[in-house]
Design a binder for this molecule. Structure first.
Ligand code: SAM
Length: 284
């Protein structure tokens, strides 16, 4: 049975109505599912975490390819479906939990593997918090391949000085190497979402040195708090490190930037330079 017919069969058998509350859009196109697995570079030695398995359409492919799959699903009406569907397999475990409440460091430590991959068709209502969590927690997670809204994928790879360039771009640039793999038509899902989708692959890798990461992250978030304003005003109004405007101006100027500079005009290297100058003084 192909995935489209399997989905209809399971929805009917278990009386499942996809709910918007949990961002449920089930993937029904076998070519796309195969392409996601190919884009994720998983091998038979890999531990994979799947966020939101739903009816198990992507899981079916992952479970056949990986050594072990950890399924994290918030909706308890999916748990019985998954258990029935995969009863012949031993290489998986289901956690009926909210991904945002899971301690990923603790979870991954149990598996004693330093090469864990995440593969998921993400629930779009919480894409950004999930991405930040995956990027910042657990150094054992090395690679992330996820379906996101096309707009979000574009933000992750946006060039400096464009409207898509922002907090997500800079955090991704600092913590990973992003690559948009392909776009996915709305017709590949049931129900069909009203936004376009893309598969993005993120290889976690820190390519920059920073004195104090917390200062850098706080700086980036505060700089974009009011992105249409001058950066010094945005930093002041976001109470960045409780600094006053004169001090902020001083650091911005030391880094060779003008008072008029806006958040989207700074590259990651300029943010790091500014954060480092501020950290040096803070720690004196
Ligand atoms: N993987 C399935 C597929 O591709 O057909 C379903 C993907 S659907 C876009 C998103 C899934 O994430 C749903 O199964 C939904 O119940 C689940 N989900 C939503 N919020 C979640 C959360 N906070 N933690 C874990 N799973 C969540």
């Amino acid at each position: 049975m192909n995935t489209l017919n399997k989905t209809k069969y399971l929805m009917n058998k278990y009386n499942i109505n996809p709910t918007k509350k949990f961002g449920q859009n089930f993937l029904i196109d076998d070519n796309i599912l195969q392409n996601i697995v190919d884009a994720s570079n998983i091998t038979e030695d890999d531990i994979v975490i799947e966020i939101g398995p739903g009816l198990g359409n992507l899981t079916q492919y992952l479970i056949e390819k990986a050594k072990f799959v950890i399924l994290i699903e918030i909706d308890n009406s999916m748990i019985g479906v998954l258990e029935d569907r995969f009863k012949e397999y031993q290489n998986y475990k289901i956690l009926n939990q909210d991904i945002l409440k899971i301690n990923l460091d603790e979870l991954t430590r149990e598996y004693n593997s330093s090469n864990i991959k995440v593969v998921a068709n993400l629930p779009y209502y919480i894409t950004t918090p999930i991405l930040f969590k995956l990027l910042q927690e657990s150094s054992d997670i090395k690679e992330i391949t996820v379906m996101v809204q096309k707009e979000v994928a574009k933000r992750m790879v946006a060039p400096c000085k464009t409207k898509d360039y922002g907090i997500l771009t800079l955090m991704v640039e600092y913590l990973a190497i992003p690559e948009i793999k392909f776009f996915v038509p709305n017709s590949s899902f049931i129900p069909s979402p009203n936004v376009e989708s893309a598969i993005i692959n993120l290889k976690k890798e820190k390519r920059y040195n920073v004195k104090d990461e917390n200062v850098l992250f706080d700086l980036i978030h505060s700089a974009f708090a009011m992105r249409r304003k001058k950066m010094i005003n945005s930093l002041e109004q976001a109470h960045f490190l409780n600094m006053n405007k004169e001090d902020i101006k001083k650091f911005v100027n030391i880094c060779g930037l003008t008072d008029n500079v806006r958040a989207e005009e700074l590259s990651i290297n300029e943010y790091i330079k500014l954060a480092d100058k501020i950290s040096e003084t803070k720690n004196k």
